[in-house]
Design a protein. Sequence first.
Length: 600
Amino acid sequence: MSKEGEARPGESTQSGAPPPVTGAKDPGGAPPGSEKEPPTLEKLFHHWLYQRFGIRGLVVLTLLSLTVFVWWNWDKVRTLPLVSLVVEWLSQESLPRAPAGKFTVAVARLENDEDRKYENFLWEELDEYEGIEVIRVDRKVMPGHVVSDERDKAGHAQAQKYLEKTGADVLLWGTVIRLGIQSTPKLYWTASRDWTASRDLAHRNRYPPENLNLPALFWDDLVNVLGLLVLTQSAELLDAEGHYVADRLEPFVEKVRHLLEGSEGRGWNVETRASMRVILANSLVVLGVQSRESRELVEAVAAYRAALDEMPRERVPLDWAGTQNSLGNALVRLSEREGGTARLEEAVAAYRAALEEMTRKRAPLDWAGTQSNLGNALVRLSEREGSAARLEEAVAAYQAALEEVSRELTPLQWAMTQNDLGIALKTLGEREGGVARLEEAVAAFRAALEEKTRERVPLGWAMTQNNLGTALSVLGSMEGSAARLEEAVAAYRAALKERTRERVPLDWAMTQNNLGNALWVLGQRKQSTSMHCEALQGLTLAWEVFSRARTHDAMRTAQEARSASRLLRSQLGSQGLEGCLKVTVRRAPSGRGGDEPAGY
């Protein structure tokens, strides 16, 4: 029982003052014995910013603060791994395009190259090199996630992609190796055609500067890479035998010309320069033949002769003989554009010089090819001189060649020799006035066509079809055989499927002229006005093209075509000509057998 005046549990006391409460807080929320902490200016600013702008304001303030911090400490921030990669990517320049007309060497950024010291050094040295263009590729090539051989292979593959994007021919890339205070660049060459050519130089790809210049080994390797590139590109173009490649050869020839202009510089030697001249000359011959321009052939002859001056016969006898053979080919082609026999006599001399070193025992197939070429020159010389003896020499040369040339091993060379033999036999048959040689010629042309197909060599196939037509035309005229003439017409029409006016205008005109003559004779046999009209069309079109060519053979053929067309007009008379003019659709000389109005 509690005493009076004592408070019971759960009851308040009767006195006026409340009992103390343990742990009670003051109105300010501070525990007893502590003072209230005043808010900082930053907290007040954050509170005001939040009240005023909400969460967006806080985000903006944070970003601004981060920007100021990064700017103030940029020298340290930029070295962080991820940041450095982003900065490098954002600062890269766009990839340039290689200019036309010269071989282009691209210089990539080098790994570990402080302030791009070695890159600038390489660019300045190459920029002074004559005959090439130099561009910068603001990219590093060396992959960092692979090792050893795989690393190099991946680097070349990446470099190839940059070459495709820029159109450059060679990319120079690599890294800078540092040993203490010394450093040297380790460089790689990647060519646009085949990076394995660069791999061949991997054992010697460090080029420590010598007296503030690149060492001689660097320039040797540059010339070697460019030489391999020229060789590869020329092979791609010239191996397309029988196809029209003049449009692709022109820019290539221009590049090689410029390259040879700087061939007196560092890294070049006599043998390399001579080889490059031969490649240029080979390309110029094909370009001159397909474009029908004499200047390319004249330049080719000069290039071959310059190469022979730099190519010692005693050291490289077979190379010397091969260049003599090529010189003979260019001279024969040039003789077609010029009158007289001088070029042909020079060609015969070149072939005979080649055969002194290129013997049947030493190089049987090359010997056979040169024998065939000698026969070609002798046939053309006989035409200018009217000499049957030259033709007999030519037939002997072709037959000797066929003793070595195998249809099974070298079908196209065999077919070409058969074609050339056919030409000599046809000409001999015309001179002798008998059919035996002509029948041999027809057999030779048909044998050639078995290997020289339209699919394999379209222009070569068309040439042999034209030659077959000429032999059949002569044979038909001698025998009085309409069947032979019809075969000739069919052969000419086949040739015109590939010999178009756009691609090879003079060859097209020659076949048109031949077709016109065959149709004229056949039209007389069959009393066919339509054949006479088509003959007049072909002769007229041939004259139009040949009269503009201004070459010796072309002008001669133009006169023949003009004389034949005038004679045919007189035979047709005004009434016949009027009938021809009323023909609205005529067989045209296009490759697809389209129609073209006659230009009477």
